[in-house]
Design a protein around this ligand. Structure first.
Ligand code: PGA
Length: 267
């Protein structure tokens, strides 16, 4: 894993955007794996800015989102389909046919999940997967205890995740118990992963992911098996990392050829 401890979520998001833009410029038909939540919002804003001001084009790209709530249709304000339209797709030039998000209203959930996996494979696999991390160490909606080899399927949320996400729902409205999520095995097949985490609330999960043992109890720790993972955190989310001074030194002293596409050094 490559750990970048940045001065702010804004800076981390700029680096992440530069990496994603590098993938898209190198391959205009790139396949992007996308995430929802508060964490990637600045990254999405930066990609939209690059589209408007620098001509970054997504018209040949395909996007697969990680997850969706079971039971929420496209029109529901808390659905991830709506979230992605509002914060990302409506501002960009993706072709609608190339936007894939699990359908929370699919009548045959298992068949829908199998079809989602097939669609990812038929698109040629995900080139870069954007991830946040839950305060309990989840990625996508793979809660602690998820099989490290899991594929897209239905999952039940923990009370902690339902409480974390209640802010996206109307007061008094129940957060759904069930979701469809790409599996950990699905995520591990992406060619590269960019994980963002900000704030003290994520510090324990980040430390367990990077420095703890690989365990299904911390689903993000499975990323230790992945060869190309970029973890971008702010100081608060890095605060529980035992080796944070080492990560700073490594990032500041990268050979030029190893620096990220267009990204300045952090020092
Ligand atoms: P957040 O969620 O970005 O809203 O903190 C992250 C996650 O649960 O993966």
């Amino acid at each position: 894993m490559e750990i970048a401890i940045t001065s702010s979520p804004r800076e981390a998001s700029r680096f992440a955007a530069q990496f994603v833009a590098g993938v898209v410029r190198a391959n205009p038909a790139a396949v992007l794996g996308l995430a929802t939540g508060g964490t990637p919002l600045d990254l999405y804003r930066e990609l939209i800015r690059m589209h408007r001001e620098e001509g970054l084009r997504f018209s040949g790209c395909t996007a697969f989102n990680l997850d969706e709530y079971v039971g929420l249709g496209h029109g529901h304000p808390a659905s991830y389909r709506r979230f992605m339209e509002e914060h990302f797709f409506q501002h960009l030039d993706f072709r609608p046919v190339n936007i894939r998000i699990p359908d929370g209203t699919a009548p045959e959930v298992a068949a829908h999940c199998a079809g989602y996996e097939r669609a990812i494979a038929e698109a040629g696999g995900i080139d870069v997967q954007i991830l946040g991390i839950g305060s309990d160490g989840h990625i996508g909606f793979n809660e602690p205890g998820s099989s490290l080899g899991s594929r897209t399927r239905i999952k039940s949320l923990t009370e902690r995740t339902r409480a974390d996400n209640a802010r996206y729902f109307a007061p008094g409205e129940e957060v759904p118990r069930h979701v469809i999520t790409m599996g950990i095995g699905t995520i591990l097949q992406a060619r590269s992963v960019v994980l963002l985490a900000f704030g003290e609330r994520k510090a324990g999960a980040v430390a367990a992911m990077v420095e703890g043992p690989v365990t299904a109890m911390v689903p993000a720790s499975a990323l230790q098996w992945h060869p190309v993972v970029k973890v971008l955190v702010d100081e608060a989310a890095a605060s529980a990392l035992a080796r944070r001074d080492y990560y700073r030194e490594v990032f500041a002293n990268k050979p030029d050829w190893q620096r990220w596409e267009g990204a300045p050094s952090l020092d």
